[in-house]
Each structure stands twice: as C-alpha cells, then as structure tokens.
Design a protein around this ligand. Structure first.
Ligand SMILES: [Zn+2]
Length: 277
C-alpha cells in the first residue's frame, strides 16, 4: 500500500516528466475510480489544459493544471499511476487515461479499485474532499516545533501505532513506515502516547523525517504482496533497508533479538521485543 515515500516518489517522477505537457484527451472507463465525478466532467475540466506541476499532501497526489484546475489522485490499496508511450498495450485494470501531447499517456491502473481520480479547484478542495481538509501534520511539508509535536503525542491517550497511522494526526504514515519509525525510535507499537518521556518524544520526533527521507531516497518500498511501482513501472528498494517490517523471525539489526509479528487492528505489525519499549 503506497504511503508518503511512494506517493512522493511518484510525485517527483510526475513533476519531471509531465510538467509542460498538454492534455489532449481523456478516457475514463472505470466508474469506481471516478466515483466522485463523471467521465464527461473529468474531460471537460482537463482537456486542453497544460500540466504545471505535481504536489502531494499525505498520501494524496495533486496534478496542477493551468486555469487553477487540480487532478487529485489517491492510490489507496493498489492504485498505480503510469507514464507510458501512447498506443502501448494497456495493462488490465487501466481505468483512466490522460492523453498528452508529445506522445505519452498518463494512466491510472487499479486492480482493487479503492483508489480514485477526480478534479477540483484549490478553493473547492476542502468541500470536495473533506478527507484532505482534515489531514494532519505532513512531516515533509509542515514545519512543526518539537514542543508542538510533544503536545500532539502526549496530549492524547492512544497506542502509538494507531496514533501514527491516523491521517488526521500525521499525514502519510501507514502500516509499513509506522513500524519502521517506531523501531528507529525504540518504542513499542502499543505504548500509550501519554506515557512517553521527553527523551522518548525526542526520539520519535527525529525518527519520523529520518525514516521517510531515507525511504524516499530508496524510491519507496515494494513488498512481495504489494503492487507499488513508480511512474515508469519500477519497484522501490527501501524494503531491503527495513529493520522490522515484514521481517518476522529474522534478527533485529540493532540488538539481534528475533523480530515478532502480531495482529494489530486487522493487519500485521512487526517489532523487536529486545529494543522497543
Ligand atoms: Zn532490537
């Protein structure tokens, strides 16, 4: 499932490849992928417009077009955005295609169809997508002084993993990177946030951007069960640097104890019983 590092990798690719390209046509065949809008509305909003750049907030991607039009892409479980030469055979589950001048297409592919594509404008964004308006701290975009981060964490009684995965608190973390951040901070997933000492808060505060920046440098994580690839279809390599996530039964690189997998909120959580408290 794409989280902040994967979406940021796609954003950077998109910014580099698509900026300056004009949308010459739109095909939207996947009704569920465009459930907030219609094929006609999507086409009317973007046809003839030029892509000015790409932005990201949390796990949402925004393609900025001239005339203050935004194409919002949320990959969710299995969505992929792919840059392909025009006319190349389409993969199964290709639901939306933007035809661009210069001979390329931007394709939204999504086998499980939880992802979506819709258009809006900057001033209508909050009304059109309340989920985006409610996003919390984006660790890459928003400066957050340590005192305010401390209040965010210790002012609540939540288990740390649930807190970190709450998009209204920290935007962009999910199952993979919350495990890696908590290992880097030497904290257990089920610690109650209000019990953290100032020193522990400091470790968590540093670990979040540290892990995310390293993951972006490695172009994200592509696990065996995940479908994540970048805009050109290439997998990321951060999975080779994971300390705990998807490493059950293997030794912790820091202390040598074997990594444990537990069921938490319906999904697998990984941690080291030796060095995470
Ligand atoms: Zn350990």
């Amino acid at each position: 499932v794409p989280e902040l590092p994967e979406v940021e990798t796609v954003r950077r690719d998109l910014e580099a490849l698509a900026t300056g390209r004009r949308v010459t046509g739109v095909e939207a065949t996947g009704a569920r992928s465009i459930r907030r809008t219609s094929a006609a509305t999507l086409a009317a909003a973007v046809e003839g417009r030029t892509i000015m750049g790409a932005e990201r907030r949390g796990k949402y991607l925004f393609c900025r077009l001239d005339g203050d039009v935004l194409v919002v892409v949320h990959l969710r479980m299995s969505g992929q955005l792919r840059w392909t030469p025009a006319g190349q055979p389409r993969m199964a589950h290709t639901h939306v295609v933007l035809h661009l001048d210069g001979g390329h297409e931007l394709r939204f592919v999504d086998p499980r169809t939880f992802g979506e594509v819709f258009t809006t404008t900057p001033d209508r964004l909050a009304a059109d997508a309340p989920g985006i308006a409610r996003l919390g701290w984006d660790p890459l975009l928003d400066p957050l002084p340590r005192a305010r981060f401390s209040a965010l964490v210790t002012g609540r009684r939540r288990q740390l993993k649930a807190l970190l995965c709450d998009q209204g608190v920290v935007a962009g973390l999910g199952n993979i990177y919350s495990d890696e951040v908590l290992h880097a901070a030497r904290l257990r997933f089920d610690r109650t946030s209000a019990t953290l000492t100032p020193r522990e808060v400091g470790r968590l505060y540093r670990a979040i951007p540290e892990v995310l920046v390293a993951a972006i440098e490695a172009r994200g994580s592509s696990l065996a069960d995940a479908q994540y690839v970048d805009l050109l279809g290439r997998p990321g390599s951060f999975q080779h640097q994971h300390q705990v996530h998807a490493r059950a039964g293997q030794p912790c690189p820091r202390c040598g104890r074997l990594v444990i997998r537990v069921r938490y909120q319906g999904r697998s959580t990984y941690f080291c019983p030796g060095c995470q408290r």
